[in-house]
Design a protein around this ligand. Structure first.
Ligand code: ATP
Length: 232
């Protein structure tokens, strides 16, 4: 199968600091893949590199067979990638609907009505200001507003971060819904329980390198190893 996203020998730098060292990974169409590892292991830097936000890097990144390594981030997004950063970036003075309609829509993207039908709580909250949303509602809004651009691959940075278990479960259901609609997901996580319920494969990051790859079928047998990778 031709991968949807392919990253070959990615090296990334913050100034003199060599942060990613030879990262090679892929995501197949419709697949959910997780990047797991401790704080500072390089997961977020990988997402930023793929999106073209971090430009100081070497290696090759292809999407749908096309080389996107040299494209600026707006053109990367136009190819069908959407990044949901950890910060969520919901504007507190705008309503839910205004937040939803802020990112540009593209042909083939979801309409506001389709988003409301799939996630009715956002319709109910449509006129509420962003400041009145719970953490879970903000995460939901951040994840689904990028659908207006009709992405083929979502890059999600720690969607479970800081949320209560019942809300984390709801975020997992949203990811299931997106997968069922045919979207692929590259998920950065430190919550192994959450990631292992969702992902088809896991890449393990340690100190800017991928040191292990674990398919869903092996997670149970290798749980101790995975927990060791994540423990501080
Ligand atoms: P986290 O969950 O903490 O974001 P991560 O695995 O996503 O962890 P990165 O954020 O990719 O890790 O960070 C990788 C390394 O790069 C860390 O050593 C971090 O301190 C460093 N780093 C991250 N952002 C910057 C920056 N803007 N300038 C300099 N160094 C940075």
């Amino acid at each position: 199968m031709t991968p949807l996203l392919s990253v070959q020998d990615l090296n990334a730098f913050y100034g003199q600091s060599h942060v990613l060292r030879g990262v090679t990974l892929h995501v197949n169409p419709g697949e959910v893949v997780s990047l797991i590892g401790r704080n500072g292991a390089g997961k977020t830097t990988t997402l930023k590199s793929v999106m073209g936000v971090l430009r100081s890097r070497t290696g090759q990144i292809t999407f749908g067979g096309q080389d996107i390594s040299r494209l600026p981030s707006n053109r990367v997004a136009a190819q069908g990638l959407a990044w949901v950063p950890e910060e969520r970036a919901i504007l507190s003075t705008l309503t839910v609907r205004e937040n939803l309609e802020l990112p540009p829509s593209r042909p083939g993207g979801w309409s506001t009505e389709r988003i409301y039908d799939a996630f009715p709580v956002l319709r109910e909250r449509g006129h509420h200001p962003g400041s009145k949303l719970s953490g879970g509602e903000q995460q939901m809004l951040a994840m689904v507003r990028v659908l207006r651009a009709g992405p083929k691959l979502l890059l999600l940075d720690e969607p479970s971060e800081g949320l209560a278990p019942v809300i984390v479960q709801r975020i997992g259901e949203i990811i299931d819904t997106l997968r069922q609609s045919g979207m692929a997901v590259l998920l950065v996580e430190q919550n192994l329980k959450f990631a292992s319920r969702l992902a088809d494969r896991h890449y393990v990051f340690v100190d800017g390198q991928i040191v292990d790859e674990v398919p869903r079928e092996q997670v149970e047998a290798r749980r101790e190893d995975l927990l060791r990778y994540l423990s501080v």
